[in-house]
Design a protein around this ligand. Structure first.
Ligand code: ATP
Ligand code: MG
Length: 571
């Protein structure tokens, strides 16, 4: 492929709008361009990477026995009303009306549509198990689209849905998909880890996320180095840590804390550690006020709170609501004297001695509070995210926290959807039973972006060969003799014959420009073809990752490169 014929608009300067390296490099290397917030056009190089990831996904899923279908992007509200998700999904669901004023949505996921298909077409146990997948554009009106393809509003997802006669069958389908995911992300060249996860809006009993390990990841993962336990911090169960009961007989006192609203400000002002402060966070759970107490060094886990309350919606109260509920501006809310509000407290709050809490009055905090004595009405539960040092729920070893990017998610759904949508089959005895389901997602664009997070240097992207837009980048230099271009094109043909994807930088550019662009684009092997090399029968091969340059005779080079690349491409 001639570079002069492809739109590869590389940028020398860092685009201002991008915060993380994969987003910056996708823009700089000319892979994507933004159309609207969270909505992108894939340019030729970007699309080639997407297609390579998709191909790996297809090969592994076909091997695992899944069959490809393609469902519509738009689906009618009635299906979503059957499962209750028309309301439950909230603002992330992109809703629209057709010309007859009928409600539709753009699919954020497809459990409803596929279950509707299966309940119509599958009648007998003989048709099970079945696993359907598609690779398709999804819409989610994310509250904060960001980081380019990492969190788009329109993005490409592979979603799959398994249907089994019973739990044991469903567990086997789940295991097969789990193994297929391992194979897919391994082939994509990613450093990843499957972790226990919460089932979120999709629901169901058991689930794992496949996390690419990267500093810029939005997810925290609690890992145990002793027993191999790994879970999303949102999911990790926290055993209460036994704390030495301190001297806690002092009476609580109200003290002035002028203008001190944040954990940092209050603890600095009172000269206490963050773990001694108890934050009071006001939420509305399905519209009803709830106050949640957690230590100043802890983070509320909204998923655990929702589960405890059985709430569908949980949102932080806005400043006006906080003032109405507590009588004080934001920053001074506290549990003492708070009425008309459900009071929940994390387990670790109980043991805080000489606690500091908000005074429910501007510029006031209580000190020397004993939560067990002074906040007797609170209901205690595990309500926070795990953090470094918390004991492993399996073996009590202190957990480590690492950052990850969720590229894939597998769920055991059970009969959640089949019961609501009446997807049944007749078993061998002719009895009607609910089909047992699983569902499985992979973010295709997010997988590509994650690869860049793990594979780059100061000069640009370093693609792993299996998902690189091209395998070899030919860089012909000045051609006064008229021999360089013919030699280059002959080499291109030879490499292509060996099954490699080749990009030829046939642009009339200075060598420096070509080298910089080649490093930025990140094709794994660069071959420099110059007049001097040809007369000396030497062609330079540069490995993008290491920068290592090896010289070969023109007659050998195609074979040598193919020997390097082909083994990596083979599954
Ligand atoms: P997140 O917690 O990051 O919002 P999710 O749990 O909502 O993800 P799933 O519903 O499990 O995601 O979707 C399956 C996969 O689709 C995810 O593992 C992720 O790789 C991808 N994905 C989800 N949301 C987005 C998005 N907004 N942009 C790009 N990819 C996404
Ligand atoms: Mg999401």
């Amino acid at each position: 492929m001639r570079q002069s014929r492809l739109l590869i608009p590389t940028l020398r300067d860092e685009p201002g709008e991008a915060e993380i390296v994969s987003h910056k490099l996708m823009l700089r290397a000319g892979l994507i361009r933004k159309v609207a917030a969270g909505v992108y056009t894939y340019l030729p190089l970007g699309l080639r990477v997407i297609r390579k990831v998709e191909r790996i996904i297809r090969e592994e899923l076909n091997k695992a026995g899944a069959q490809e279908v393609l469902m519509p992007i738009a689906s009618p509200a009635e299906l979503w009303q059957e499962t209750g998700r028309w309301d439950f999904y909230g603002k992330e669901l992109f809703r629209l009306k057709d010309r007859h004023e009928r409600d539709f949505c753009l699919g954020p996921t497809h459990e409803e549509v596929i279950t509707d298909l299966v309940r119509r077409e599958v009648r007998s146990y003989r048709q099970l198990p079945a696993n359907f997948y598609q690779i398709q554009t999804k819409f989610r009106d994310e509250i904060r689209p960001r980081f380019g393809l990492m969190r788009g509003r329109e993005f490409i997802m592979k979603d799959a849905y398994s249907f089994d006669a019973d739990e044991a069958g469903a567990a086997e389908s789940y295991r097969k998909m789990y193994e297929a995911y391992r194979a897919i992300f391994t082939r994509c060249g990613l450093n990843f880890r499957p972790v226990e996860a919460d089932a979120g809006l999709i629901g169901g009993s058991s689930s794992h996320e496949f996390m690419v390990l990267a500093e810029t990841g939005e997810e925290g993962i609690a890992v145990c180095d002793a027993c191999d336990y790994a879970a999303n911090v949102e999911r990790a169960e926290i055993q209460p840590i036994a704390q030495a009961a301190g001297d806690n007989i002092a009476e609580k006192r109200l003290v002035p804390t002028p203008g001190k609203k944040t954990v940092e400000d209050v603890t600095a002002f009172l000269n206490v550690p963050a773990s001694q402060l108890v934050k009071t966070l006001l939420y509305l759970a399905d519209g009803k006020p709830v106050a949640i107490l957690v230590r100043g060094d802890h983070v509320v886990n909204e998923i655990k709170v929702k589960k405890l309350l059985g709430a569908v919606d949980l949102a932080m109260a806005d400043p006006a609501a906080v003032e109405t509920l507590t009588g004080a501006p934001v920053g001074f809310a506290g549990p003492i004297g708070l009425s008309g509000v459900t009071l929940l407290a994390d387990l670790s709050v109980k043991d805080v001695t000489h606690a500091v809490v908000g005074g429910n009055a501007a510029d006031r905090h209580w000190v020397d509070v004993s939560p067990a004595r002074d906040v007797p009405l609170a209901r205690y539960a595990d309500l926070r995210n795990a953090m470094a040092g918390d004991p492993c729920p399996r073996c009590a070893t202190p957990l480590r926290i690492v950052r990850g990017i969720e590229v894939g998610h597998v769920f055991m759904l059970g009969t959640k959807y089949s019961e609501k949508m009446k997807a049944t089959y007749l078993d061998q005895q002719g009895q009607e039973k609910f089909i047992v389901m699983g569902c499985y997602g992979i973010g295709v664009g997010r997988t590509a972006a994650s690869s860049i997070e793990q594979n780059h240097d100061a000069k640009g992207i370093i693609w792993p060969a299996p998902i690189a837009p091209f395998h070899v980048h030919l860089l012909p230099l000045m051609d006064k003799s008229g021999k360089v271009m013919p030699a280059t094109l002959a080499l291109e043909a030879e490499l292509e014959k060996k099954g490699l994807d080749v990009l030829v930088d046939d642009r009339d550019e200075r060598p420096g420009v070509k080298f910089n662009d080649a490093d930025l684009i990140g094709i794994p092997y660069q071959i420099v073809i110059g007049e001097k090399g040809l007369t000396q029968s030497q062609i330079e091969l540069k490995e993008r990752r290491t920068g290592t340059v090896t010289k070969f005779a023109p007659a050998d080079i195609a074979l040598r490169v193919a020997e390097l690349v082909q083994p990596i491409l083979q599954a």
